[in-house]
Write a protein of this length. Structure first.
Length: 118
């Protein structure tokens, strides 16, 4: 499975961005796709997850009500709509895929930088 993340950029607080994660390869082996982020000087943290076949979603508390994860199975793409962005959302955002045969996220995209200015 290969993942290609895109959509990052520089925005002001309160603005919106939509990140995309395009998957290719053994799509049928994917159980879920998640977004993680890593801010400067901090550890990588989980942001949101969507189950590929069922579509159920999960969010970390800090983004609930502001971020929405979705998928387009026809395009093999997962989106992260980010609204009401805050400076603390500044980070490199990575998408990752969990295969049906494992509990770990074994496949990672290259990351896309989101910078939110105050």
């Amino acid at each position: 499975v290969q993942l290609q993340a895109s959509g990052g950029g520089l925005v002001q607080a309160g603005d919106s961005l939509r990140l995309s994660c395009a998957a290719s390869g053994r799509i049928f082996s994917i159980y879920g796709i998640a977004w993680f982020r890593q801010a400067p000087g901090k550890e990588r943290e989980f942001v949101s997850r969507i189950i590929w076949t069922g579509g159920s979603t999960y969010y970390t508390d800090s983004v609930k009500g502001r971020f929405t994860i979705s998928r387009d199975t026809a395009k093999n793409t997962v989106f992260l709509q980010m609204n009401s962005l805050k400076p603390e959302d500044t980070a490199v955002y990575y998408c990752a895929a969990q295969p049906v045969t494992d509990v770990a996220y074994n496949y990672w995209g290259q990351g896309t930088l989101v910078t939110v200015s105050s």
